[in-house]
Design a protein around this ligand. Structure first.
Ligand code: SF4
Length: 203
């Protein structure tokens, strides 16, 4: 692992992979607003984006038998580097039986300008998508997406990627929702036939 940046870090029994600090949202609840790391990690601000080789070196420098899962996550939106994360995920799966997840804001197809969902097949066992709010209006207020139509595009992506990966889930931060909004989020998840993960705000 490069000493000048943290590419992989541990969260409980999972190995997290940090490939970019770029993001297509600027969420009010983003963990990056409150510090430099996550869950006790070193700083996750990257001095530059790691190459595919550096990411693989960092992953395989670990004893993967110690982990139950590999997760592509922040500090940023991993799908911005879609070709790299797909390639890295597939190479991990060639050498390991660990399940691989990507935590994403679901803007993959919106950002890249085409239907990216088929690319996720064979790379990820789970795609966890931040639903955040039931409505586009609240989404724009809380998440400040750089592109219009982000909420609808996120839901379209969730529907589409279900065709290609075994598990898709949605997530919300409950502290930023009213009880009615949380109930609406459950209805959306039910309508899509996916699990809704409700998590606490990380201050
Ligand atoms: S999508 Fe994730 S990384 Fe991006 S601003 Fe929101 S919480 Fe932060």
């Amino acid at each position: 692992m490069k000493k000048d940046m943290t590419i992989t870090y541990t969260v409980e029994n999972a190995l997290y992979v940090n490939v970019t600090n770029r993001c297509t949202n600027a969420c009010d609840f983003c963990i990056r607003k409150n510090g430099d790391g996550a869950y006790g990690s070193d700083s996750l601000w990257l001095v530059r984006e790691p190459t595919e080789e550096e990411i693989l070196d960092s992953v395989f420098s670990r004893d993967l038998s110690e982990f139950c899962e590999i997760v592509f996550c922040g500090y940023g939106e991993p799908s911005i580097r879609l070709d790299t994360v797909i390639s890295v995920a597939k190479k991990i799966k060639e050498k390991s039986d660990l399940p691989v997840r990507i935590n994403t804001n679901g803007h993959s197809s919106l950002y890249h300008g085409y239907n990216t969902a088929p690319l996720y097949e064979g790379a990820f066992d789970c795609v966890s998508i931040s639903l955040n709010t039931p409505s586009p209006e609240r989404y724009d207020e809380i998440c400040h997406p750089v592109k219009d139509g982000a909420h609808a595009a996120m839901l379209d992506f969730a529907m589409e990627v279900k065709k290609y990966v075994p598990t898709v889930m949605l997530s919300v931060v409950k502290d930023f929702l009213t009880a009615d909004e949380l109930a609406e989020c459950h209805e959306i998840a039910d309508s899509l036939g996916v699990y809704l993960k409700v998590r606490d705000y990380i201050s």
